[in-house]
Design a protein around this ligand. Structure first.
Ligand code: AMP
Length: 127
């Protein structure tokens, strides 16, 4: 089934400048900004500027330039924040929530960059 993109989602509004954001990095095809409800000391979201619903939509349909830009922008944010283990940083976790079981809230592709302290177990099973 083809994905249908909702242009009224909150990240689309951020991209159109209709609501503010705390920008970390903007590139030709991507935008990184601080999460409004941080769940770690460092919590930054990176989104492609194109109209993609989730990770598999983006990864399947985006042109290579947008995919590369998004990956490089994500790595650049990690570098800017001093997180890269190769440069003495303490590391980070990337999360793409997708669909219902992924508990995705905003239907625009985004990766969470989480860092700043030990992040604990990868998953906590709901009781
Ligand atoms: P997800 O559950 O993966 O869809 O995550 C959506 C994320 O977007 C959550 O962590 C929210 O806190 C974050 N969020 C929602 N609205 C905003 C906003 N206006 N600015 C920044 N982050 C937001």
């Amino acid at each position: 089934m083809a994905y249908s993109y909702d242009p009224q989602n909150i990240f689309a509004k951020i991209l159109r400048g209709e609501i503010p954001n705390k920008t970390v990095l903007e590139t030709e095809h991507s935008l990184a900004f601080h999460d409004i409800r941080p769940q770690a000391e460092v919590h930054v979201l990176v989104i492609p500027k194109g109209p993609y619903v989730n990770f598999d939509h983006f990864s399947t349909e985006a042109p290579v330039e947008e995919l590369v830009d998004f990956h490089r922008a994500t790595a650049e944010v990690c570098r800017m924040l001093g997180l890269q283990p190769s440069a003495g940083g303490t590391g980070y976790r990337l999360i793409f929530n997708s669909g219902d079981h992924g508990m995705q809230e905003v239907p625009h592709t985004h990766v969470h960059i989480l860092a700043g302290h030990p992040l604990g177990a990868m998953l906590v099973r709901p009781s």
